[in-house]
Design a protein around this ligand. Sequence first.
Ligand code: 5GP
Length: 251
Amino acid sequence: MTAVAIGALLYEGKAKRVFATDQPDLVAVEYKDDATAFNALKKAQLTGKGALNCRISALVFEHLQRGGIPTHYLGVRDSLWMMVRPVRVIPVEVVVRNIAAGSLCRQMPIAAGSRLEPPLIDLYYKDDAFGDPLLSEARLERLALVSPEELNSIRAMALRVNIALGELFSQVGLELVDFKIELGFTGTGELVVADEISPDTCRLWDRAISDSEDRILDKDRFRQDLGGVVEAYGEVLKRVQGVCPEPRVYG
Ligand code: 5GP
């Protein structure tokens, strides 16, 4: 197979760049080493983070696909590149929470660490200029971001992803506290999971450790200045690749 040629930069986000390719239904995503938090008020370069997130996301997307959950993912190329289907990303961040942490505990009288049964789904309007505010159903409707039927599909998909991710991570001794996904529509109108799924977008705790800081293996290490961010992501990759096949090479 001839190598796919990378084309023009289409979009640059905080942690990734998206490029066109010489094939119409294929875009290339480059994972960056940039780390940002608090709406990019805090920034750093963490050498190796891009490659780790690319590899972890690939393994996770393939796990979802094996479970019948559609995603934009097609395969990886080299250490930083992921080849994906182009999608129209819905500007809604879908957060699923199994254990109370983070913004939920800052904004609500809910004790950190309490189990949320059934899981809580929170939707946020994806717009940095507004600080990604929490959406109500009425606001979603007012902004006409998705139809009521699409909203039902989004919620159902988020819960399926939660079950699939929870199974994967629990197999390797990790507690899936919460996570954020982004969804989009392909050219044929199929709803798929897009963006990335990595320790940048999930809270993951080591189940064997009770200390509330030492157990953290996700971006909270960066947010809370705990150090060892890349090492923690490396530990997540080591565990996940122990139970997943090698990711497929594409392009
Ligand atoms: P929280 O609402 O506590 O800030 O975040 C809940 C979960 O969603 C965490 O796992 C967090 O990493 C993820 N999350 C929420 N918003 C974002 C975002 O804008 N970027 C990233 N990378 N993750 C997010």
